[in-house]
Design a protein around this ligand. Structure first.
Ligand code: URA
Length: 418
């Protein structure tokens, strides 16, 4: 086999065999094929796509490039959930405890944030003492005790994806449905839960800009997961506006606690119930209606909050935050932002809201940057609300930025009032 034949085949839309994809990806991962040849192939994939069989082969080879988790010591059905990333998306912190409260096991590995979207691991690390890097045996033992644990993703999963993703970022080849599918599904399949739920975001700041593309990605990911022997389903959700009212690490943990306390309803709560119900349905707990009821009960009877507190405690964190959110990192500075005219709020550009939060210190512009756990934004009003000129619509928080003028100008541009 040689790389030029492989590039030419994809350029001419001639399907590659499993063996050809295996050879190409493994040789690249081992350093035997140069970046420029793989870049050419990635661009051919972006332009010509791949068949389902090729996408499955790519996913499978990437999955097998590193460790595959052994979850056999978990005492029941395991369910994993993946979101393709969004501003204010703290659903993992909420639906894990809800699903666990209903009798399924949620062993979850998550990543850190980069750019305008936050990472679940960063959010959890805003809880004083919370350990995200724990031995695998301890992770499994916590999952068996409470039904739920989130730790940082093992560095040994999918080395092929790590190398390819860095190359895609540098060569304008990220936005290809089969490549995104293989990248996400190889990691999910290496995590090896029995059931996988995929939450594919569309809109501002998401990889997929339209609901049609999000559905295409959701469909292919479900097909690949099913071909790999998993129970798998996917939903497409709107990311044109931020999810929930808080953006920023400690602020998002606080909002997750409020949802689990049953004190906050609305779009975020509804989505969490929908996602939890789908996780329960995949795990065989009943039909959608029954699973929705189970999920709602887990919030209203306090069981999900109890599980969140117990898991935090077992991971060394201050579980008292589940009773008193003021124990989370508090910002040194705050600034109220007011509407610049009267009218109805008809848009809040997620990506720009995420970038404003990053400016306040809540995110990372580069991988090595430090995060201000207390920083972020609280949206006091939401899309569809009518506001008056001068009315307080949101608050900016930071411990690292005290002059809010740039952040205020940016976020005011992100909010459309008509
Ligand atoms: N997230 C991933 O892990 N990979 C992609 O290609 C896109 C989003």
């Amino acid at each position: 086999m040689n790389s030029c034949d492989i590039i030419n085949k994809t350029k001419r839309k001639t399907p590659l065999s499993y063996e050809e994809i295996q050879w190409f990806i493994n040789e690249y991962t081992n350093g035997n094929i140069p970046d420029y040849q793989v870049s050419a192939w990635l661009m051919a994939v972006c332009l010509n796509s791949l068949t389902d069989e090729e996408t499955f082969a790519l996913t499978d080879v990437m999955k097998k490039s590193g460790d595959i988790l052994d979850l056999s010591a978990v005492s029941g059905i395991t369910v994993d959930k993946h979101s393709t990333g969004g501003v204010g998306d703290k659903t993992s912190l909420i639906i894990g405890p809800i699903a666990a409260a209903c009798g399924v096991y949620v062993p979850k590995m998550s990543g850190r944030g980069l750019g305008h979207t936050g990472g679940t691991i960063d959010k959890l690390e805003s809880i004083s003492g919370y350990r995200t890097d724990i031995p695998f045996e301890e992770f499994i033992s916590i999952v068996n005790r409470t039904g739920f644990s989130i730790v940082s993703q093992s560095g040994k999963l999918c080395p092929a994806d790590k190398k390819l993703y860095a190359l895609r970022n540098a060569t304008g080849t990220v936005d290809s449905i089969p490549l995104i599918c293989a990248s996400i599904m190889s990691k999910k399949l290496a995590m090896n839960a029995d059931c996988i739920l995929l939450d594919v975001k569309y809109g501002s700041g998401a990889f997929m800009k339209t609901i049609e593309d999000a559905r295409k990605l959701a469909d292919i990911m479900t097909r690949i997961g099913t071909m790999a022997g998993k129970k798998c389903s996917a939903i497409a959700t709107d990311m044109n506006i931020p999810l929930g009212k808080n953006i920023g690490n400690a602020l998002e943990v606080a909002e997750a606690v409020e949802i689990l306390q049953g004190r906050t309803k609305g779009r975020l709560y509804d989505l969490c119930i929908e996602l939890s119900a789908e996780m329960l349905r995949l795990a065989g707990k009943g039909d959608t209606e029954k699973c929705r009821q189970l999920a709602e009960n887990a919030v209203s009877d306090g069981k999900a909050l109890e599980i969140f507190a117990e898991t935090i405690e077992l991971q060394g964190g201050d579980s008292r935050i589940t009773e008193d959110i003021s124990r989370l990192p508090q910002p040194l500075y705050s600034h109220k932002v007011c509407a610049s005219k009267s009218g109805k709020i008809i848009g809040m550009d997620s990506e720009e809201v995420g970038m404003t939060s990053l400016m306040l210190g809540a995110g990372r512009a580069v991988k090595s940057a430090d995060i201000d756990m207390s920083a972020g934004i609280v949206l006091e009003r939401e899309c569809g609300d009518t506001v008056q000129n001068g009315e307080h619509i949101l608050t900016l928080y930071s411990s690292s930025v005290s002059d809010f003028s740039e952040a205020e100008a940016r976020i005011l541009k992100a909010i459309t009032i008509e």
